[in-house]
Design a binder for this molecule. Structure first.
Ligand code: E4P
Length: 224
């Protein structure tokens, strides 16, 4: 399973990249707005800055909701860098646009997916990635992980090649469950990724090793 970071914050992207386990980045208009990115050129420059940090797929979302403008925006985004993936919402014009981008060699990420039916449509349109938002499904008391499992089963039976990009991740357990369910990619904020590092027995074991290492050093120094 690939790891993408779900943020437009350059410092956090750099921190995740420096861990050596980062395969890509996803952004959305809310994450871009959070970074204070305003205006067309500043937005494009921000995407370019992300591409300079991470050598992997970078999702950049269109703002339009009608077919012609989605195409217009998507072409500009795709021309920024070969790693840009045009992120398009799961709406009728978005689906048509995904098909057009696919037919014209532009990678896409179909976003705002909340059902297996929507995931089937994204795959039929040839999306590179489909983004089921499991955290938001959990938020309304449904089972987000079950949705990932269902899409993974359908894609496997139907031999769809669209990659399942599990999104809206809230916890380290979500990441583990997505890996178990067969998601191809997991995109999450930095905190759940870092939380995967933690285990009390690791802390306890390390404290003992550090203490014993100090004793070993004392023995070596006494012998010298
Ligand atoms: C990623 O592609 C999505 O935009 C993102 O994961 C949504 O996450 P949220 O539900 O935490 O806003």
């Amino acid at each position: 399973m690939k790891f993408f970071i779900d943020t437009a914050n350059l410092a956090q992207i750099k921190e995740a990249h420096d861990l050596g386990i980062l395969d890509g980045v996803t952004t959305n208009p809310s994450l871009m707005a959070k970074e204070g990115t305003k205006g067309h050129q500043a937005t494009l420059d921000h995407y370019k800055a992300i591409c300079e940090i991470v050598d992997g797929d970078i999702s950049a979302e269109v703002l339009a909701t009608d077919f012609d403008t989605i195409l217009e925006e998507g072409k500009v985004l795709a021309a920024l860098h070969p790693n840009i993936v045009v992120k398009v919402p799961m709406i009728k014009d978005g689906l048509k646009a995904i098909k057009w981008f696919t037919d014209n060699g532009i990678k896409t990420n179909c976003t705002l997916v909340f059902s297996a039916g929507q995931a089937i449509l994204a795959a039929k349109a040839g999306a590179t990635y489909v983004s089921p938002f499991l955290g938001r499904v959990d938020d309304i008391s449904w089972d987000g992980v079950q949705l990932i499992e269902q899409i993974a089963d359908i894609y496997s039976v139907q031999r769809f090649t669209t990659q399942i990009l599990a999104a809206s991740i809230r916890s380290p357990l979500h990441i583990v469950k997505c890996a178990e369910a067969g998601a191809h990619v997991c995109t999450c904020p930095l905190d759940p990724i870092l939380a995967l590092l933690n285990h009390p027995l690791t802390d306890k074991g390390l404290a003992t090793f550090v203490a014993d290492a100090a004793k070993m050093r004392d023995v070596i120094e006494d012998a010298e």
